[in-house]
Design a protein around this ligand. Structure first.
Ligand code: GLN
Length: 207
């Protein structure tokens, strides 16, 4: 049984722990480098990516995260977690109503990286423009997943090594590159844990 950590600095940690347990993984929170060293794979949850990356620096986790992801540890990021897995991040476009949050690129926000993609934060709009939609996702059999989008990012572009797994409204919302998986939406909030099962299979394949 694979041991899968959930980065527990900030965000919806508990929901991921539950979803992973349903998907037959041994799930545990990860806050410190010694805990990271003991897991076979890691989920980076939804939450607030600027806060999460600042806490990762404070807890001495940023470099250990970069190293393990770069060396092939399976990792799955949802929403803010997707932002942390992007090699490059942008703020909402200046034409959007979120102009006040600044221009491109996001100043001073560190990422773990690992997926050759450019991710735009809060791209689908504000909190009150959050929505749900059925999303067909490659690698997830049995029909569309319920996509919960909460101040969600989208993927503006991907490099040659990244594979697009899902598109919604003309925008990329799920990507995989090697052992790294990212979704704009939050399967952990739905009770349908097929995406967590896909990730658990990815971890098993490495282990
Ligand atoms: N908008 C948040 C961010 O930029 C992500 C929102 C979420 O994870 N639900 O970090």
């Amino acid at each position: 049984t694979p041991v899968i950590g959930v980065l527990a600095l900030q965000g919806d940690v508990r929901e991921h722990l539950t979803a992973l347990a349903v998907a037959d993984a041994l799930a545990r929170p990860v806050r410190r480098p010694v805990e990271l060293a003991e897991v076979d794979g890691l989920v980076i949850p939804g939450g607030e990516s600027t806060t999460m990356s600042k806490l990762a620096v404070i807890f001495g986790m940023l470099e250990p995260l970069r190293e393990r992801v770069a060396s092939g540890m399976p990792v799955y990021g949802t929403c803010a977690g997707m932002i942390l897995l992007a090699d490059k991040i942008l703020n909402p476009s200046p034409s959007s109503r979120l102009r006040s949050s600044g221009g491109d690129p996001v100043p001073g926000q560190e990422t773990v990286g690992g997926i050759d993609m450019i991710v735009r934060r809060n791209a689908f709009g504000r909190q009150n423009e959050s929505f749900e939609a059925a999303v067909e996702m490659d690698g997830v059999p049995g029909g569309p997943v319920e996509g919960v989008f909460i101040r969600a990012p989208w993927v503006e572009s991907v490099g040659a090594r990244a594979e697009v797994l899902a598109v919604h409204g003309g925008h990329i919302v799920a990507v995989r590159q090697g052992n790294a998986l990212a979704t704009s939406f939050h399967p952990e909030l739905t009770g349908d844990h097929r995406v967590h099962a896909l990730f658990t299979d990815m971890v098993r394949a490495v282990g």
